[in-house]
Structure formats: structure tokens, C-alpha cells
Design a protein. Structure first.
Length: 312
């Protein structure tokens, strides 16, 4: 028996003093309303109405139970209202600020198609972790080492001038004993200024004899890209970023740095089940889609990642 439906019919018939009007107000047919009230009477063990040709009059028993039935209906309506509001409430997700506007727009549109009102909040790796810890977002895409990553993004070096096919070797940036003028730098954008990306590069810098300043953290991606366009410097980035910035991307010869991402949620906020169906779109936003590789001879790629082969 549908207790809520029966109580809804009971309240509606009482409010309209008749089965025909009460059924219409409840959004059901008159026979359905009659059957539901009869089933409720059988369940409760006594008649709720005295039925006449034109009216339905509450019995003393019905008058006593009506407030309880009304409260049940109101509570159920309140629950349905809150559920609908919760479905419409934005689900805040902290994402890297390297995500493009078009990538985020497609992510939001895909999420909406799955019934998720997604509200991305962009930020650096540290900022995303802070937002999650403070409860200002329900989830965050956090930067993690490649071994822990759901979405690994291989990185390489990008230059303003086409360096030709093959690899770019960091050791070629070393100045000789008589070298003069500014040394070419490798710029790190904030997204890559994290230990699992920065530290292996620093060890490689020292191992091949580069100057400390040749590995340079930038304030933001725009600043780093401007330095690369203005000088023969290099930018550590993904293939997708290089293409968007108008740069020529090549894999590194010594090893392959990897950005790693994993989705973490706040303890009290379970992610919507449908969110797992956005994995491919999330990967594309992060640059993990292999179809995002730029043109050029990048078919030969180092098989090593992380710090393998780099002097400690």
C-alpha cells in the first residue's frame, strides 16, 4: 500500500469535502482517490468519512487522524522540495587554472547533461588543496606524483622557434667555459612548481651542469609564455598547452616529467555517481588526452618517467 498516496488523497478529499473535487486537486481520478482512502481505512481499522451522494464528511475518527496525515504529506512535500533544490545546487570543483575556457565550458555542459550543476573554481595546486581543506569546494583535482595519478599528463619543452624533429636535451642549454651572455632558461609555470615535478628537474639541472637560475619558476603562465616568446628560452608544458600558446613542443631527451592528477572529495561530500562518466572530459581539460598532441615529429618518446636516469 502507498501510505503517502493514501494520506494525500485523505487530506485532499477532506479539504474539498468530496471525492470528485479532492481527487482532481490531488491529481488523480475519482476512483483512484476512493480506492486509496478505502485502503487507508482498512489499514487504520475504522472509517474516515461518512459518504453521501454529494459530500464526504469526516467521522470523529477521521477528524482525529487528519492532522497527522496532513503533517505526513507536508513533510513528504518538504523532502521532495529539498531534494529538488539539492539537485540544482552547484557542485563546486577546484580545477587547475591551466584548464582552458573552452575545456571548462564543455565540462560544464557535459555535467549538466548528467544532471550535475558543476561550478569549477580554478587555482594553483596549493590553492586547490586549501579550498578542499576549508570546505569551500566539494572536490578538487589535486596534483600528485605519476604513480598515484588517475590522469597523468606527460610534459616536455616548448620553444618559440621550431627546434626540429626529435628530442630536446636539457644538457644542450649548458654554457661552455667561455660562454657569455644570458643562459637559456627553462620556465616553470605555477602548476608545475610542485616537488614531484620541480625536484627531479632541479637534480637534472645540477647533474648536467646548468646554472641554478636556468630553472626559473614563473609568477603565472602568461609571464612564462611571454619570456619564451621574447627570448630563446623554453617552457615546461603539455603538448596541448604548447599548441594553445603557439609554441613548438618536443619531448625531453633525459626523462619525461609527468603532471599527475587525482580527484579528491571532502569527507562529508560524496561525489554524484554520474561524475565518474566525466572522466574523459576531465582528462581533456587537464591535457591528458593523447589526441591533444601537437604536430611535428614527436613519435619517439622516452619511456622513462619521474626521476629515473637523473642523478641524485
Amino acid at each position: 500500500m502507498d501510505l503517502l498516496g493514501a494520506c494525500r488523497a485523505f487530506v485532499s478529499v477532506s479539504d474539498h469535502s468530496g471525492f470528485t473535487e479532492g481527487a482532481a486537486a490531488a491529481g488523480v481520478s475519482q476512483p483512484v482517490a476512493s480506492r486509496r482512502v478505502a485502503a487507508l481505512e482498512e489499514l487504520l481499522g475504522a472509517r474516515l468519512f461518512e459518504r453521501t451522494v454529494r459530500r464526504a464528511v469526516l467521522t470523529p475518527f477521521g477528524a482525529e487522524l487528519l492532522p497527522h496525515a496532513r503533517r505526513l504529506v507536508e513533510d513528504a512535500d518538504g523532502l521532495l522540495h529539498e531534494a529538488a533544490a539539492a539537485r540544482r545546487r552547484p557542485w563546486r570543483l577546484a580545477v587547475p587554472d591551466i584548464c582552458t575556457t573552452s575545456g571548462l565550458a564543455r565540462l560544464i555542459a557535459d555535467a549538466r547533461g548528467l544532471g550535475i550543476a558543476l561550478e569549477p573554481r580554478t587555482g594553483t595546486p596549493a590553492r586547490r588543496a586549501e579550498l578542499l581543506l576549508a570546505g569551500r569546494v566539494q572536490a578538487a583535482l589535486l596534483a600528485v606524483p605519476a604513480a598515484e595519478a588517475v590522469w597523468p599528463v606527460p610534459l616536455g619543452l616548448a620553444a618559440a622557434e621550431d627546434p626540429g624533429p626529435g628530442y630536446l636535451h636539457v644538457e644542450t642549454l649548458r654554457l661552455g667555459r667561455t660562454g657569455r651572455g644570458p643562459a637559456r632558461r627553462i620556465w616553470l609555470q605555477p602548476e608545475d612548481d610542485v616537488p614531484h615535478v620541480r625536484d627531479p628537474l632541479a637534480r637534472l639541472r645540477d647533474a648536467v651542469g646548468l646554472r641554478p637560475a636556468q630553472l626559473a619558476p614563473a609568477r603565472d603562465l602568461t609571464t612564462a609564455a611571454a619570456e619564451v616568446h621574447a627570448a630563446p628560452d623554453l617552457l615546461l608544458c603539455s603538448p596541448a598547452q604548447a599548441r594553445a600558446l603557439g609554441l613548438h613542443w618536443r619531448p625531453m631527451g633525459e626523462f619525461t616529467p609527468v603532471r599527475g592528477y587525482v580527484l579528491r572529495t571532502a569527507a562529508r561530500d560524496a561525489p554524484p555517481a554520474a561524475l565518474t562518466r566525466l572522466g574523459v572530459r576531465l582528462g581533456r581539460c587537464l591535457g591528458a588526452d593523447p589526441e591533444d598532441d601537437p604536430g611535428g615529429d614527436t613519435s619517439a618518446r622516452p619511456s622513462r618517467t619521474s626521476t629515473e636516469g637523473v642523478g641524485a
